[in-house]
Design a binder for this molecule. Sequence first.
Ligand SMILES: [Zn+2]
Length: 86
Amino acid sequence: MRVIRIIDDSNFVTGKERNGGNYKYEEVAILDESGVILRGEHTTSAEFQFCTFCGSFGCTECTWYHPSYEMDNLAKRTQHEPTEMS
Ligand SMILES: [Zn+2]
């Protein structure tokens, strides 16, 4: 199993990270040995209603994880790497 974590804190400002417009975003995905995404989650420091499946504010429609474009690319890249034996 592999874990890929994407942290976007480029816009993060302490004191504004909950409702001030400067949020941190994080996406974590679990992959199997062949690089296929099994499950994942989006999170944010913002206090607003946030969809952990697709990473959008205000979304209540998702029922499973949607990897971001970036995560999809990272996952595909691991498929060409040798498998870690840990
Ligand atoms: Zn959603």
